[in-house]
Design a binder for this molecule. Sequence first.
Ligand SMILES: Nc1ncnc2c1ncn2[C@@H]1O[C@H](COP(=O)(O)OP(=O)(O)OP(=O)(O)O)[C@@H](O)[C@H]1O
Ligand SMILES: [Mg+2]
Length: 300
Amino acid sequence: MSSLEKALEKAKLADLDNGINEIKFSLPKSPEVNGDCLPSSTQEPEPDTQQRQAFIDVADKTCEKFNWAFLESHGYIKPSASHQQVAEEFRSIKRPLVINAINGAERGIERANMILVTSSVPGEGKSFTAINLAISIAAERDKQVLLIDADVAKPSVSRILGIRKGPGLIEYLEGVGTQFADIILRTEIEGLRIVPAGKTHQFSTELLASKRMSDLCDELSGRYADRIVIFDSPPLLAATQAEVLSRLVGQVVMVIEAEKTAQNIVLEAVKKLESCDVVLALLNKTKRGLDMNYYGYGKY
Ligand SMILES: Nc1ncnc2c1ncn2[C@@H]1O[C@H](COP(=O)(O)OP(=O)(O)OP(=O)(O)O)[C@@H](O)[C@H]1O
Ligand SMILES: [Mg+2]
C-alpha cells in the first residue's frame, strides 16, 4: 500500500467530521515539523503596520480593499480575529509549508517557496484554501506572500476578495508589453500581493506551459526566494493546467473534500503529481474540528 493509500485509509478510519484536517503522505518526521520548536519566524506574531522590506515591484500603487463582509460570511480568515477557528486551523496547515519554504535548500526541495493548491475535481475548496493560506502567512510580520490566480479558465480569487480582475497572468504571458510589475495588485494586507488571472484565452494551457511562465517561476523561486508564492489552480482531473503547474512548483497542497471525493479519484489525480517533491494532503469540509487533526509532512 502506498503512503498515500495509507494516509487515506487512516483518514477514513478516523471518521473525521468537521473542519479542515491535514493528512500527510510518506513522512520522514522531524521534530521541528510536528512540535513547538518552530523557528521564531514561523510563530504567529501579531500583524503590525511596520514597514516591510520592499516587495516585488508593483507599478500601480493603488491599494486594493477586500470585501470583508463577503469573506466573513463565507468563513474566511479575518486577520484581526486571531482566535477564529479557521485562523487556528490554517496556523497548523501553513506551518510545514512555511518551514519547507524557509529550509528548502537544506531539505533538497527545489522551488520550495512556490506552493500550488489543487484538488482532484471542482469545488473541493482550492480557492478557499489558497486565499486563507495567503492571508494566514501574510499575517506574519516577516512574511511576504504573492497569491497568483492560475485557474485561468475559471478564475475566482478576484471575485471572492472583491478586487480588480485584470490585467493579470494571461496578459503577462501573452508577452505583448505587459510587465510582471503591471499585474501585481497591492492589497490592504501589508504582506500580501495578488496577481489576478486576467482575461480568458483560448490557449491558456499553452501559455501556462510556455517558456515565459517557466522563466517567471525561475525568477520567483530564485530572485524572490524569501517570498512565498501561492498558486490557486484548476482541478487535476478537469484539465491539464494543474499538472503543468505542478511541475513548476516545489510544494503541492492537495485539497480533498471529505466524505465526497472517492479514494480512487484522489489516487488517479495524485498520479499526475509524481514529479512533485512534496505533496501535502488537506482534508477539507470535515465535520469535526481541531481535536481530530493529525499532522505531519513529507515527500510523496
Ligand atoms: N472549509 C470550508 N468551510 C466552509 N466553506 C468552504 C470550505 N471550503 C470550501 N468552502 C466553500 O465551498 C465552495 C467551493 O470552494 P472553492 O471555490 O474554494 O472550491 P474550488 O476547489 O476552488 O472550486 P473550483 O474547482 O470551482 O475552482 C465555496 O462556496 C467555498 O466558500
Ligand atoms: Mg477555485
